[in-house]
Design a protein around this ligand. Structure first.
Ligand code: ATP
Length: 229
C-alpha cells in the first residue's frame, strides 16, 4: 500500500539552527498516527514542514503521491492537508460562521455538518471567535480544518490546555472522524487517549525519528525512555 503521506529523512533549520535531523513517518489512507516526543523534540517543526509553512533542506515529503517540495502552503491545503495549529488561531473578530465559511472548499463538510459535529458551536454561530472559551475555539479550529475538506487532518496539540469534559469531547470527535475514514496525524500529551485512537505511533527525539510502530507495541520501557519527564 502506498502511504497517503510519506516523510523520509527530512532535515530543517531555523536560520542556522538545525531543528530536524532526519524525520521519517508515514500515514496510510484511513489511518490515525500519533506523533510523539518530549517538548522541543521537533513535532511542530515536522508539521510545519509537511504543511509547507517552512522548507525542509534534505529528504522527501510526498502527499497523495506528489512531492510537496517547493509547493507553497496554500497549494498544500488545496491538495488536501487540513491543519489544526497549536494555539488554534481562528480569526478573532470574525463570527464562528464567518470563520468556517472563510476556510471552505468544496466537499462533504459544510457549516451545518460542522455544527452538527460540535453542537455547542451551533448556539454560538453568530458570536465572534474571541468571545469563545478555549474549548470552543479548539472545536472551531477543528471545524475550520474540516471545512477545507482535507484528505489528511493534522492536529498539533489536540487538547492542550482544555478541561476534562472538552478533552473527552474532542477525543470522541477524533474517533468519529477516524470511523468515517479520515486519515489523521495527531500530536498530544495524553498518552492514553492518543494510543487508544491511533493505530501507530512515531516518536521523535532531538529532531530524529527514534521509534515507530503499532500503538500496541509501545511498552512502558519505551514511554519512560522517550516520553518520560
Ligand atoms: P513542543 O511540544 O514544546 O511544542 P515540539 O516537539 O513541537 O515541542 P518544536 O517546536 O518543533 O518541538 O521545536 C524543535 C526545536 O526547534 C527546538 O529545539 C526548538 O527550540 C527549536 N525551535 C522551534 N521553533 C523555533 C523558532 N521559531 N526559532 C528557532 N528555533 C525554534
Amino acid at each position: 500500500m502506498t502511504a497517503l503521506l510519506e516523510v523520509a529523512g527530512i532535515t530543517a533549520f531555523y536560520g542556522t539552527s538545525q531543528a530536524l535531523f532526519g524525520v521519517d513517518l508515514a500515514v496510510g489512507e484511513g489511518e490515525v498516527v500519533a506523533l510523539m516526543g518530549r517538548n522541543g523534540m521537533g513535532k511542530t517543526t515536522t508539521i510545519r514542514t509537511i504543511c509547507r509553512m517552512m522548507p525542509h533542506r534534505e529528504g522527501r515529503i510526498a502527499f497523495a503521491g506528489r512531492d510537496l517540495a517547493r509547493l507553497p502552503s496554500h497549494r498544500a491545503a488545496w491538495l488536501g492537508l487540513g491543519l489544526v495549529p497549536e494555539g488554534r488561531r481562528c480569526f478573532p473578530t470574525l463570527t464562528v460562521r464567518e470563520n468556517l465559511i472563510a476556510a471552505a472548499r468544496p466537499g462533504h463538510w459544510s457549516v451545518d455538518r460542522v455544527v452538527g459535529l460540535f453542537p455547542q458551536l451551533a448556539e454560538r454561530r453568530n458570536q465572534k471567535a474571541n468571545t469563545l472559551s478555549g474549548g470552543e475555539q479548539q472545536m472551531l479550529a477543528i471545524g475550520r480544518a474540516l471545512m477545507t475538506n482535507p484528505r489528511l487532518l493534522i492536529l498539533d496539540e489536540a487538547t492542550e490546555g482544555l478541561g476534562p469534559l472538552i478533552r473527552r469531547e474532542i477525543w470522541s470527535v477524533i474517533a468519529a472522524l477516524k470511523e468515517a475514514g479520515l486519515s489523521i496525524l495527531v500530536v498530544d500529551k495524553s498518552l492514553k487517549e492518543l494510543t487508544a485512537v491511533a493505530e501507530r505511533c512515531v516518536i521523535l527525539e532531538k529532531g530524529t525519528t527514534c521509534w515507530s510502530g503499532a500503538s500496541a507495541d509501545l511498552t512502558p520501557a519505551l514511554t519512560d525512555r522517550y516520553l518520560g519527564v
